[in-house]
Write a protein that binds this ligand. Structure first.
Ligand code: ADP
Length: 705
């Protein structure tokens, strides 16, 4: 379809091109035809005019001959044939009979009586008795006799001779009067006639022997008297005999030039006037026109094809644009449809309000949610009135909505969501989150019903509050029971220590006072009992110390931790030396808010453990602090390390990872106390450890900021 339309332009262009070409060809043909017609008319007219002109000259010459003949007859009748006088008269007359050059008289014996070209009387009479015209005249030919062109023996010039029989009234042959016309003289007449550069004028006898040709041609072909004519005219004269005019086109055998020829027969003389115009002379105009028109046609065709191409391209562009436009239109339509569906099926209530305040559109959800019919709710004012029946609240809503719209227009944003209590058609109130979108010519308002969510939220808040109250109660209960437990532990351990001391004392008494009464086994049991009592005491002391921690308020001061550690190192100096431990103070320690005594306990415990749980020959304990939002203290050793699964357990009370006597013994209370002190400061403790490589205990002494 498309290509058909495209090709239509080309077809039109080609048709136009071909039409122009045809028109051009026609014009050229016409011009050529006209040229040919003009040439035809020209040769015909020229031939006719020249024939008439030459013939009238010949008629004049004939008139002269007749006049001379009459006078000769008169002389002959009178018997005084004074040819000398006649000759003199005629000589004078001849001059006014152009192109006749001379007139002569031959008597009945064939002897020349006079010749105007020669002086008379002749020294010797010229014999003309064997000349053709004399014999024909003597034989009785009464009309004018024309000879074939002859070359004069005397002058060497070509001439045409006209002769007439002179006879007495009784018809007795008296002689012949003749006139000689040099063919060149006739040719002179032709020389002034314009027949084009290569045109030709020929006068031929009835037998088609050339009398005169203009222009003269050099060479054999120019011979006067030749019968060298084209086959065309020979054929024409043969096929259409008796015509006085033949017009035709032929190539002249004499000079091989193509010409348009007219052969005009003389009216009453035995001659043909032949005028030819060369095709090349009259044919050039149409050739120039042809070249011009061809160029024009070519240019026009090129222009038309160019135009067609341009049109085709424009057409294609237009089609393309139209297609795109229709696609865009369809896309717009689809999108509009989608928007409509989206609008109407949206789970959110929507309505469109124009700038004039008319509610043009509302979706299903809107109708369902509020229940107002379109008739009730035509304008935004209807909405304000129905949805907010309380005048005070309505004023409040109007203010907040208008300011939300104003700031949305100002900031080029959506209208911010605001919560409103909306009264529905059934009188019920719902909590609605209203927001909007400024469109070109109005507002698309959205209504999200959050009544249920609100209720849920309220319930949740209440539940939370209840939960918090319950947690607070439980915590208080727990704290109380913890305190009671701590009190109990304190009282219990305190009270336990009393009988234990007794047990220890009595065991000592037994050992001191009854040593000799006890055998070795008894002594051994007693020793064991004493060790157990000591251990129990130590355990109870630990418990006591632990429980005491909970009951005492933690007082804090700005404490230079460095000096606290200095004190610990001093206290442990001997212990560390005995264990062969090198103590490294890696970084300076900061001054922080804490309880100096308790922090001292922490460092003492950790450093002691670091020294105790180490089986390396060069024991090393490093103390330092990593600065940060909260300083992180650390105590690092290259000791036995702690497997990962015990990293929590070691902080439990009485938890030890080794048998009682190994690594210098212990109660398993130290780290529990350390943890409690740190937690009471608001900090926490953790460790990194690789078995057989060492452990690092990290701790902070305040809450994270
Ligand atoms: P103890 O009185 O037994 O030292 P702790 O509460 O101080 O009690 O330590 C609990 C247990 O944690 C120890 O018995 C020991 O097994 C392990 N422990 C503590 N510190 C280290 C340490 N630096 N390297 C290896 N093990 C340790």
């Amino acid at each position: 379809m498309q290509s058909m339309r495209w090709s239509a332009y080309y077809t039109a262009a080609w048709c136009a091109g071909v039409s122009i070409l045809a028109l051009s060809v026609f014009l050229v043909w016409k011009q050529r035809q006209e040229g040919s017609d003009i040439a035809r008319v020209s040769v015909v007219n020229t031939a006719e005019v020249l024939a008439t002109q030459v013939e009238s000259s010949l008629d004049l010459a004939d008139a002269l001959l007749q006049s001379v003949g009459r006078r000769y007859r008169g002389d002959a009748r009178r018997g005084s044939a004074d040819s000398a006088q006649l000759a003199e008269e005629v000589r004078m007359e001849v001059q006014s009979y152009q192109p006749v050059s001379r007139v002569g008289m031959v008597n009945s014996n064939g002897q020349t009586v006079f010749n105007t070209a020669l002086r008379t009387p002749f020294a010797q009479r010229i014999d003309a008795s064997n000349l053709d015209y004399f014999q024909r005249a003597r034989a009785g030919e009464k009309s004018l006799i024309y000879t074939e062109p002859l070359r004069s023996d005397a002058t060497g010039e070509w001439t045409l001779t006209l002769a007439r029989r002179v006879e007495s009234k009784q018809g007795v042959f008296l002689g012949v009067v003749y006139a000689t016309i040099p063919v060149r003289a006739i040719g002179k007449v032709f020389a002034h006639v314009g027949v084009g550069a290569q045109g030709s004028i020929n006068m031929r006898t009835a037998a088609l022997a050339q009398v005169v040709r203009c222009p003269e041609l050099p060479g054999a072909n120019s011979d006067i008297g030749n019968r060298n004519v084209s086959q065309t005219i020979q054929d024409l004269m043969r096929s259409k005999p008796g015509q006085t005019l033949y017009v035709y086109k032929a190539v002249a055998p004499i000079d091989s030039v193509e010409r348009m020829y007219a052969y005009q027969k003389f009216d009453h003389s035995p001659f043909w006037m032949n005028v030819g115009r060369a095709t090349a002379d009259f044919d050039t105009a149409w050739r120039q026109t042809a070249v011009l028109l061809a160029a024009l046609t070519l240019a026009m065709s090129a222009f038309l094809v160019w135009g067609a191409r341009r049109l085709t391209r424009q057409h294609r562009d237009l089609e393309h644009r139209l297609r795109e436009q229709s696609l865009a239109k369809r896309a717009l339509h689809d999108s509009e449809q989608r928007f409509r569906r989206l609008f109407h099926d949206s789970p959110v209530a929507l309505c469109v309000v124009t700038e004039a305040g008319v509610l043009t559109d509302r979706n299903r959800r809107f109708n369902l949610l509020f229940g107002y019919s379109p008739q009730e709710l035509r304008t935004i004012d209807d909405w304000w009135r129905l949805a907010y029946p309380n005048a005070d609240y309505r004023t409040e809503v109007l203010q907040s909505w208008n300011s939300a719209v104003a700031s949305s227009v100002r900031d080029n944003t959506d209208i911010a969501s605001i919560e409103y209590q909306v009264t529905c058609r059934n009188g019920g109130e719902r909590t609605i989150l209203i927001s909007g979108l400024i469109l070109g010519d109005g507002i698309l308002a959205t209504f999200v019903d959050i009544t249920d969510r609100k209720m849920l939220e309220d319930g949740l808040v209440k539940l939370n509050a209840e939960l918090e109250a319950r947690v607070a109660n439980r915590t208080a209960e727990l704290q109380r029971s913890n305190r009671e437990l701590e009190d109990f532990a304190y009282i219990a351990s305190h009270d336990l220590k009393e009988p234990l001391r007794g047990l220890h004392n009595y065991a000592s008494f037994l050992q001191e006072d009854y040593a000799d009464k006890l055998d070795d086994a008894g002594k051994n049991y007693l020793e064991r009992m004493q060790r157990l009592v000591e251990r129990l005491t130590a355990l109870i002391d630990g418990l006591l110390a632990y429980s005491r921690l909970g009951s005492v308020d933690l007082l804090r001061d700005a404490v230079a931790v460095d000096s606290v550690v200095d004190g610990v190192c001093q206290d442990l100096h001997v212990f560390l030396r005995e264990h062969g431990v090198v103590l490294v103070r890696a970084t300076p320690l900061p001054t922080i808010q804490c309880n100096a005594l308790r922090v001292r306990e922490v460092f003492q415990n950790l450093i002691t453990n670091a020294a105790k749980y180490n089986d390396k020959p060069d024991k090393r304990v490093e103390i330092g602090c990593r600065e940060g939002p909260v300083p992180v203290f650390y105590v690092r050793d290259n000791g036995i390390g702690i497997p990962a699964q015990h990293h929590e357990a070691i902080f439990r009370i009485f938890k030890r990872l080794h048998e009682q006597r190994k690594y210098g013994g212990g109660t398993g209370v130290g780290l529990t106390i350390v943890k409690k002190i740190i937690e009471r400061h608001g900090g926490h403790i953790w460790l990194e450890s690789v078995p057989n490589e060492g452990s690092t205990f990290y701790f902070t002494l305040s809450e994270n900021p």
